[in-house]
Ligand binder design. Sequence first.
Ligand SMILES: Cc1ncc(COP(=O)(O)O)c(C=O)c1O
Length: 421
Amino acid sequence: MTKPDTHPAARIASLVALTKKHLLYPNNPIVNSATTEPVIWVDGRDHLLFCSNNLLGLSNHPDVKEAAIKALDRYGLGSGGSRQMAANIDVHRALEQRIAEYVGQEDAICFATGYMANVGTVPALMKVDFLEAIAKAHLGGKQPTREEMAGFDGWEIFSEELNHASLVDGVRLAKARVSRFGHKDTDQLSKLLEASGARSKFIISDGVFSMDGDIAPIPQLADLAEKNGALLMIDDAHGVGMLGPNGRGSLDHHGVSTSRVDLQMGTFTKAFGGIGGYVSGDRDLIDFLRITARSYIFSAPLPPAIAAGVAEAIDIADRESWRREKSLENAHYFRREVQALGYDTVGSEAHIVPTLIGNELAAGEVTKLLRHRGIIAPHARYPAVPLGRARIRFVMTCQHERQQIDYLLSCLAEVKKLLKF
Ligand SMILES: Cc1ncc(COP(=O)(O)O)c(C=O)c1O
């Protein structure tokens, strides 16, 4: 039966058709090979890939695969439940200890993805008021008041405007008062913190911004957190394994001691070539997350084979610094040359190099023209970036060779002429 135009399903169908008509639908190709390699097989031919997060080339590393295969043999495919039930497996704990040691924190808690780490962690911390009320009630033998149970009221979250969507969603779930501060605007943050009457303050920022490729002012954020008695959480999904003299991430890049950041979050999807997320920090904070983070309690953990493979990948990343050095060198070269062609690379400083196109439709056109030239490079557009700030987001890995980057540059020069921007 045809639905009337006003039916929600009919309205949805008409919006999908509109998106497709204007090339705004993410028409990602089906790939028939590992999407972690710089050359992939699509539509019966090779294409160059410039958007994989397999930054250090570890996803297909023989030692990583061997570790994963051994664990697959021993533990099977899945985990069989949540960590709170049967699936508290030795490989999970070993991975938590390894990543905590790697980033220089006391302990870590792993989640199935980085997204789940963020949506679980931010609201979980706010349960401290609620649990304090319950504890008081137990000890005092009386029912907590409605106000005591409400919890979130005493909290204010200070969230960077370009934070990743998973942090934004975590903040939404927290239901606390939220103040957004401008991109890297620590003056504004300082004023907001001073004006706040909240009992508990919580500052949250990406370490490396995923759509701009620039790095957060972590020393100033840590100063402000200390001055205002606030918790500080840094999402270092793009920094860990990549930045700093020892590859420990954006704190290492700035020379900031890990003791100045309460929670360092990261993912295994990027530098470590696998999947999964973690949050690291002091043992008490991590133990608190184990009893409050809903995406940890009510969801299954990483498959054991992945946990074992990722632990191996961390060891290789630690030993082989040439991998991050080459990725950053590639990014440096590409950024310099693409700027010389007249492209704006926003504030990029690391391995993520966006080229700003602006208009959403034009960005779709650039992706299409690059695809015709055998290059896969999707565009990022609203709501991933502000409206009118669409861009092609290139990611340079240690597996890209100079002649592949030069080919990309020649195509970008041609596309610029063709589209006259
Ligand atoms: C800054 C940032 N945080 C968190 C995530 C989520 O990580 P995952 O892909 O492991 O879910 C991403 C993913 O791209 C990210 O860029």
